[in-house]
Design a protein around this ligand. Structure first.
Ligand code: ATP
Ligand code: MG
Length: 448
């Protein structure tokens, strides 16, 4: 990655010359380069920063390219026709190239200094927990670097001189594979508790360790995640669990006592029955999710969410049935609404994912009914495949009748239409049998 010991400059910035690092224009997208050059050509400073530099240094393909500049959002907007200004918490410019979006942020400045507090009051805001609610104070590149989360994310690449500017010893941490917060860890987590989740995510994604001082306060500050808006938590859920490292993130989050702020239900099973069905099932689902993503197969965020809740849902249904003497159907729907509301308090699941979750759960019951034309109808259900996969994994964990049921559906899907008809015929509809026998018994009574 680096060819020689970099030179230290004033303000403890380390500058790496082009000949001594592996970030080349070839590894940066054309759109990102266009934005960098246009900013430069109009007299602004502009740098590639964050994951874009970090991942190239690590020999990986960056997910996206983030740019930072001394131009204000309004100045950026003037330069690009395809620019949208977004965000309240952080005001950002999005330069839109079809489906590719390049995010451009203005250098961020510091907070809380008494002398300029008044001037900044309208631009920066902190909650009672020390959390930054608004962060639109602009600053210098040095200040911007200090405001970033981890040292490995505070590396700046310039298209003016093709040098890398390292303000927080990020290069050393990349070499030593350490995720280290910039500044005092506790303060930085209090400012933004999501940094705790980001520490875990970068450690698993980049195969690094969380540096000791950075890891230390996490457990005691974990509960601050309860103050994060559930919509933001959903975004973090997607990044943690649909990036191909779901299994590793799950166990790391649990180790640091963070899991309950994302998945409150499975986190309880983890504590009370770590080797039970619920945990075995979720383990398989996590493995499957990663395998599918790493094979470029489609995954829906709904499947894992349905899975982490399933065993609590079953338990709730039983509980409601015994305590309220209601039928299974009513208990099922009451339990489903209650449990969904509990989950929504942690992460706000958009409707378009809630509906498939509910379908997967409802179909678990329906798949037990195969008589008459039901099996043929079920197999046409748009969520059949997901529900069947879900059932199969449950069957593999629980064995017995559930596995037999799942296997039946496996055969049914593979069978010819004739065999399918035979398979269905072998079922007696328990209801029609009951109705017949009830009719037989009641007839004489009615006559008399
Ligand atoms: P990736 O895109 O691969 O997930 P990234 O490092 O690019 O990783 P982004 O979420 O895209 O992460 O953020 C871009 C950069 O913005 C980060 O590298 C970091 O410097 C800064 N940043 C993002 N979120 C925070 C935060 N919560 N606190 C401080 N800095 C942050
Ligand atoms: Mg990024």
């Amino acid at each position: 990655m680096l060819n020689k010991t970099p030179a230290k400059e004033k303000n403890s910035v380390t500058v790496i010359d082009r000949a001594d690092h592996n970030v080349s224009r070839k590894s940066i997208s054309d759109n990102a380069l266009k934005v960098l050059y246009r900013l430069n050509n109009n007299g602004y400073d502009a740098y590639l920063v964050g994951g874009g530099v970090r991942d190239i240094l690590l020999g990986e393909q960056p997910k996206d390219f983030d740019i930072t500049t001394n131009a204000t959002p309004e100045q950026i907007k003037k330069l690009f026709r395809n620019c949208r200004l977004i965000g309240r918490r952080f005001r950002l410019a999005h330069i839109v190239f079809g489906r590719d979006i390049i995010e451009v942020a203005t250098f961020r400045g510091h907070h809380g200094q008494e002398e300029d507090k008044k001037a900044k009051q309208n631009h920066s805001k902190q909650s009672e927990h020390g959390m930054l609610l608004r962060d639109n104070i602009y600053g210098t590149i040095e200040e911007d670097a200090e405001r970033r989360d981890f040292s490995i994310n505070a590396l700046y690449y310039s298209t003016k001189d093709y040098k890398i500017y390292d303000f927080a010893n990020g290069l050393e941490d990349i070499e030593q594979k350490k995720v280290r917060l910039i500044g005092d860890p506790e303060t930085r987590y209090r400012e933004d508790p999501v940094r705790m989740l980001r520490a875990i995510r970068f450690a698993t994604k980049l195969d690094m360790d969380i540096e000791e001082e950075t890891a230390k306060p996490i457990q005691s500050l974990a509960s601050l995640l309860g103050n994060i808006p559930p919509a933001r938590m959903f975004e973090e859920y997607l990044k943690l669990f649909l990036g191909g490292k779901a299994e590793a993130n799950f166990y790391h989050l649990e180790q640091h006592d963070l899991l309950e702020y994302i998945f409150p239900h499975i986190s309880q099973w983890f504590k009370k029955d770590p080797d039970g069905h619920a945990m075995q099932f979720v383990h398989r689902v996590l493995e499957n999710t990663d395998r599918r993503i790493n094979n470029d197969q489609r995954v829906t965020p709904a499947f894992l969410l349905a899975a982490v809740i399933w065993y609590s849902l079953e338990e709730n249904i039983k509980h409601i049935m015994t305590n309220n003497s209601v039928n299974q159907q009513d208990a099922f729907f009451t339990a489903m609404h209650e449990i969904m509301a509990e989950q929504q308090r942690c992460i706000a699941i958009p409707k378009r994912f809630q509906l498939p979750m509910k379908d997967i759960w409802i179909l678990q019951q329906k798949l037990t009914r195969r008589e008459g034309g039901k099996a043929f109808k079920l197999i046409e259900h748009p969520r059949f495949r997901a529900a069947y996969d879900f059932l199969l994994l449950r069957g593999q964990v629980e064995g017995g009748e559930l596995l037999e049921l799942a296997n039946w559906w496996t055969h049914f899907q593979e069978a010819t239409p004739e065999t399918q008809t035979q398979m269905v015929k072998s079922f007696r509809n328990p209801r029609s049998k009951r109705r017949r026998s009830v009719r037989k018994r009641t007839k004489p009574v009615n006559k008399d």
